[in-house]
Design a binder for this molecule. Structure first.
Ligand code: MTE
Length: 326
């Protein structure tokens, strides 16, 4: 069912990126973005928004400088509270206990920080993270995040499209995939001493997935800088894929010819594939994916194909058997 609401996910441009949006964005999305931007002026900056948080969820002091342009996503789903987003995390480098990650990550050094972009590109470059906003702009994107474990959140990210950065380095014609790597620093990240996994954390996308306008490099949440537990200073967000694709604390991005092998593909190849598109019809070998628990709500809700972004991304997979390419 097509409606203007489903096309206009909420976003707020804070600065112009170097590449006009019209060049990297399908026209209908570009137009709805412009329509939204006209409305942004009416919104009070710095509006405080806190979703209801179930009693069992972690609570913490909530900063009073949260900024967000809307209280729901484009489907009308309520934003998850800042407290829940920053205190219920998957970040195995720090802990496998979601509610302990924030504590273990508290003193993680996120500055200075560089991201090296290379491989099959014409202009390999190393970017200082403090420079990313000036070079690529900054906008708000409210996205649903669906973890493969069966829980989900609605998060107001701040960031810029990965496509903007990739266009800057100019992928060569032979580049087919993008491979991304998290920092390797076992002294700061106790989980990297766990020999069970092949560190550092690696993830990858097909080049057309990486160039899709929905694919974001995020540097903030609720208008504030990312916290260490959420992947500071810069992480990927691919909203139509399971959360494990959205790699945190990135230090390397390489354009490559062959499909990268991710940490999860090595750890459990029968459970975690390269594509990892949210799909209620393809169960995980150990549990169903047909429903999910939205953090802050009771009960479960149906999981949507491509996490509700089918209209924007399904065409990337035309002709592919998504049960085989899971
Ligand atoms: N990135 C790294 N480097 N290490 C991780 O353990 N966990 C992934 C993903 N990115 C992970 C990671 C998983 S399983 C999920 S669901 C999301 O981060 C969770 O992001 P959040 O904690 O910001 O909600």
């Amino acid at each position: 069912m097509r409606s203007s609401r489903t096309l206009s996910w909420v976003m707020k441009k804070k600065a112009m990126s170097k590449i006009p949006s019209s060049e990297i964005t399908p026209e209908h999305i570009y137009l709805s973005r412009r329509a939204f931007m006209r409305g942004v002026g009416a919104l009070a900056a710095g509006s405080l928004l806190l979703g209801a948080c179930a009693a069992t969820e972690p609570t913490t002091d909530v900063p009073d400088d949260l900024q967000v342009s809307a209280d729901t996503d484009e489907l009308g789903d309520t934003l998850t509270s800042y407290a829940a987003i920053t205190n219920y995390n998957n970040y195995y480098e720090f802990s496998t206990d979601k509610e302990a990650v924030a504590r273990f990550a508290r003193d993680f050094r996120t500055s200075p920080w560089e991201v090296a972009v290379g491989g099959l590109v014409r202009h390999p470059q190393t970017f200082d993270v403090s420079d990313l906003q000036r070079r690529f702009g900054s906008e708000e994107r409210i996205y649903r995040l669906r973890c493969v474990e069966g829980w989900s959140m609605v998060i107001p990210w701040v960031g810029f499209p990965l496509a903007a950065l990739l266009q800057e380095v100019e992928p060569e014609a032979s580049a087919q995939y993008v491979r991304m790597e998290t920092i390797y620093d076992p002294q700061q990240m106790p989980g990297q001493n766990n020999q069970w996994y092949n560190w550092p954390y690696i993830e990858g996308l097909r080049l057309d997935e990486a160039m899709h306008d929905l694919t974001l490099l995020a540097t903030g949440i609720y208008g504030k800088a990312l916290t260490p537990q959420n992947g500071a200073p810069v992480r990927l967000v691919v909203p139509w894929k399971y959360g494990f694709k959205s790699i945190k604390s990135i230090v390397r991005i390489d354009l490559v010819e062959t499909m990268p092998t991710s940490l999860w593909m090595l750890a459990a190849p029968h459970e975690y594939g390269f594509y990892a598109n949210v799909n209620p019809d393809v169960p995980h070998p150990r549990w169903s994916q047909s429903t999910e628990r939205r953090i802050g709500e009771s009960g479960r809700r149906p999981t949507l194909p491509f996490n509700g972004y089918a209209e924007q991304v399904a065409e990337l997979y035309t002709g592919m058997d998504l049960k085989q390419f899971f």
